[in-house]
Ligand binder design. Structure first.
Ligand SMILES: *Cc1c(COP(=O)(O)O)cnc(C)c1O
Length: 257
């Protein structure tokens, strides 16, 4: 995906400010973001607090996660396996901390991710689902995890294989497979809108796909949609979980993730 270039005001200098400055910076961007999400809920006629915030901490150091933890956050979204594994090794002892894997996942990394992730958001193929199920089973057997791995299926809204996501016509079969997997728990859907489509149109399409799926799989309640640039639109269309990096953490180095 293409990175967003919009940083929240005053949050640009992530890696150079001293510890105390970074605490104040994250505290203020977090409270501004929570207000923004509450305002989006109010504008959409939804309860404040009905949309979960998942802070996306990829590219930012473990020390930032510690600051956010001290500010009361417990869930963190990561998208690169190696980087995430390092943070888990350093911070995994923090009580109640949960790691959510939101990025594209190669099958050969599934086993590692299934050891530490609470949730994987980006499952888009039967082969990946099988690998995660096997990994989660092994982790349950040896005590590395105590609960099934929660899975969100990533839906493709433009059928572009480069961007990941399962096509609408293959979604039902994949959902059935995950629901039948002993060590996985089907939790919902996730999508990233195509760059050339209005977010409102993309999220409306996603909401329709989600409402059809929940007829057969009512347990697939989560609808993870919305990022720094488009969360208001996603909240209007029923998002239950926004994944926010830039507006909270500041600008990432320019790269694709
Ligand atoms: C990086 C990332 C985000 C956060 O994007 P921002 O625009 O920085 O808020 C959300 N979802 C996924 C899948 C990502 O990889």
């Amino acid at each position: 995906m293409t990175e967003s270039f919009t940083a929240a005001a005053g949050s640009g200098a992530a890696h150079v400010t001293s510890g105390g400055g970074r605490v104040a910076e994250l505290e203020s961007s977090l409270s501004a973001l929570i207000e923004r999400i509450d305002a989006a809920c109010a504008a959409a006629g939804r309860e404040p607090g009905s949309v979960r915030l998942l802070p996306v901490t990829k590219f930012f150091p473990a020390s930032d996660i510690e600051i956010l933890y001290d500010l009361g956050r417990r869930e963190f979204g990561e998208s690169r396996e190696q980087e995430a594994a390092g943070k888990v090794a350093r911070l995994g002892h923090l009580s109640g901390i949960r790691w959510e894997f939101i990025g594209r996942l190669q099958r050969n990394k599934a086993k590692a991710v299934a050891r530490w992730a609470d949730t994987v958001y980006s499952v888009d193929s039967e082969r990946l689902a099988s690998a995660l199920d096997a990994g989660a089973r092994a982790a349950l057997d040896d005590g590395a995890r105590t609960a099934p791995l929660r899975v969100l299926l990533q839906v493709s809204l433009d059928a572009d294989p480069e961007r990941g996501g399962v096509r609408d016509d293959a979604l039902r079969a994949l959902a059935d497979q995950v629901a039948a997997s002993e060590s996985l728990q089907l939790a919902g859907l996730m999508a990233i809108p195509p760059l050339d489509v209005e977010p409102d149109a993309a999220f409306e399409q996603l909401a329709r796909i989600h409402s059809v799926l929940t007829i057969v799989h009512p347990e697939a309640k989560e609808l993870s949609a919305g990022m720094s640039g488009d969360l208001e639109s996603a909240v209007r269309h029923g998002s239950t979980c926004v994944r926010v990096g830039t507006a909270l953490m500041g600008a990432r180095p320019i790269t694709s993730a």
